[in-house]
Design a protein around this ligand. Structure first.
Ligand code: C5P
Length: 279
């Protein structure tokens, strides 16, 4: 019997870098949502662990035992499985990547035979715990702490990746300000997409300026998004290079995605809705 789990794109609507731990990892305060654009992971019982990767982004995924999906699967205490990864989201892109896939394989193995999800998954990747959570979350620490957030208003996203991989360590290493203010302790109730965008615009992604310098295509993606009809806010997710635009509804998001795809046929562009619960 094969069991599937989705690995939805993680989008940091805000990402404040608030400090640094002694081991060099950065402390974050981030409002994270997941979008209904996803990789898919399938597991089925087998004699030995194996991983096959297919899908439009398969070529950019490292295979073999170093793959985060296999490392996550082997951390569980349970029999081996044949794992298939349908890779649809761009890699090294600020939307979860290996961490999202690792979380999905842990979820799929749990669904397969009830095996426990290990406690120390943050050691696989700082975004694994939030990806296991899979719903709108306020993430802090280096990624290990999750807190509930007020209900999101109806809204839609366009995700744009200009095709430049941005390695996360390089972006963090290039930061000059590492102690920035967190988000307010209490998050407001957002009445509608406009109120939400207005509040988000008072918050930040502290990695955006550095990523724009490392990869100027980030700045181009942001200005293209901002110029589309109905774009309430444009910002980079994670350490880039994927950027998002926020829209009032999916009609506007679909129109913006189509307009951008006509301008940049080589970019990865999707209109997506934020997920309210794990996929
Ligand atoms: O944990 P992950 O593999 O996503 O992180 C990649 C790199 O990004 C880390 O080795 C570290 O250099 C940097 N990072 C950080 N602080 C975080 C997350 C990642 O400095 N909270």
């Amino acid at each position: 019997m094969a069991v599937e789990a989705a690995a939805p794109a993680k989008v940091n609507l805000t990402l404040h870098v608030t400090g640094r731990r002694a081991d060099g990892y950065h402390l974050l305060d981030s409002l994270v949502v997941f979008a209904d654009a996803a990789d898919r992971v399938t597991v089925e019982p087998a004699e030995a662990w194996s991983l096959t990767v297919s899908g439009p982004m398969a070529a950019s995924v490292p295979g073999g035992d170093d793959n985060l999906v296999l490392r996550a699967a082997r951390m569980t205490e349970g029999p081996p499985a044949r794992i298939s990864l349908d890779k649809r989201l761009p890699v090294a892109a600020g939307i979860g990547g290996g961490s999202a896939d690792a979380a999905a394989v842990l979820t799929a193995l749990h669904r397969l035979d009830g095996r426990a999800i290990p406690d120390d998954v943050v050691t696989l990747g700082a975004d694994v715990p939030v990806c296991l959570h899979g719903r709108p979350t306020r993430m802090s620490g280096i990624g290990e702490t999750q807190a509930e957030v007020p209900d999101l208003p109806g809204c839609a996203l366009v995700l744009v990746n200009p095709g430049v991989p941005v390695p996360t360590p390089a972006v963090f290493a290039a930061l000059t300000r590492r102690e920035n203010p967190p988000m307010p302790e209490d998050l407001p109730h957002w009445r509608d997409a406009e109120t939400f965008a207005r509040w988000l615009s008072t918050q930040r992604n502290d990695l955006e300026d550095v990523a724009r310098m490392e990869a100027p295509a980030v700045g181009v993606a942001l200005s293209r998004l901002q110029a589309t009809d109905g774009c309430l806010l444009s910002r980079m997710s994670g350490s880039g290079a994927t950027c998002f635009g926020l829209y009032a509804d999916s009609v506007q998001a679909n129109a913006a995605a189509a307009e951008l795809a006509a301008l940049h046929p080589d970019w990865w562009i999707v209109a997506a809705l934020p997920l309210r619960a794990p996929g």
